[in-house]
Design a protein around this ligand. Sequence first.
Ligand code: KG4
Length: 333
Amino acid sequence: MLILSIESSCDETAAAVTRNGRETLSEEIFSQADKFELYGGVVPEIASRNHLDAIARLADAAVKNAGISKKDIGAVAVTYAPGLIGALLVGLGFAKGLSLALGVPLIPVHHLRGHIASNYIAFPELAPPFLALVVSGGNSVIADVRSYTDMRVVGATRDDAAGECFDKAARALGLPYPGGAKLDELARTGDAGKYKLTRPVVAGSPYDMSFSGLKTAVVNAIHNSGQRGEELDRASLAASLVAAASDILVPRVMAAAAELGYDKIAVAGGVAANSRIRADLKSAAEAAGKTLFIPPLRLCGDNAAMIGCQGYYEYLAGNTGSMETNGYASMEI
Ligand code: KG4
């Protein structure tokens, strides 16, 4: 089955054509990130307007580059939650129009389920059940993936996502938006032990996380060094931050996998691109005898192929939408 998929939950407009979930025939992506450098973050209304400008062009290109015609499309999959609501509604409205015009089913897809599915594209042998860690700009979730469409949150951030913490800390360090990747680069030359940053614990919830205090700790370290007239070691502060975030994420993932008895761990989301977190996860998984799946960088960030892939499994489970399907800024996985 060929699915045309649409992703517009934040500042990437994307369209793809996938066959039977895991095979990607074409993938188009328009990142608006450079448009938000000026503001140091995403401005939701501008993102929505940019989606509106780009979406039809991308969908057309996805169909053309897949070497198919619109009549070959069997269903339209679209991210409907969670995300920036205005941005989501642009993609959802477009997908509804397309499904109506083509007379094919609409498949609403949860964005985080899509991120998890990027692993199915990268690793043909991977199938549920397994434990998943989804770390992105808007979410940090540890999920029990019991089947392709039955998932349960085991732990989640109580405040900011890891990516939000990286982006805001990067901004405080003078790096342009989106700062996560640049922070990663800067951190590679620093001493991760130089700044003692907090590793918060959520009392009574061993798998829940908190990143907002870490963000504040970085801002305070910058102010303190300024007030004392000391020169800030930016690379070491970046390295200390990434090490703290990794220390928050990795032990929780390993403990959750052990408790649930999973020997497979799949990681997804933009922050999964972080070199330190990838390396720490790899060595922790190796030490515990678990198999770790992390998609290539290209599939870590927002893309539409992952939505088409998850959309296929939602379709098989009968989870199709209708002309009444709405979008939601937040939703349990
Ligand atoms: O999954 P994604 O593309 O979008 C959301 O769904 O949020 O994730 C974007 C996030 C941003 O916060 C970005 O700074 C972060 O992923 N990111 C990274 C790296 N590359 C992207 N964070 C740390 N290290 C990286 N190498």
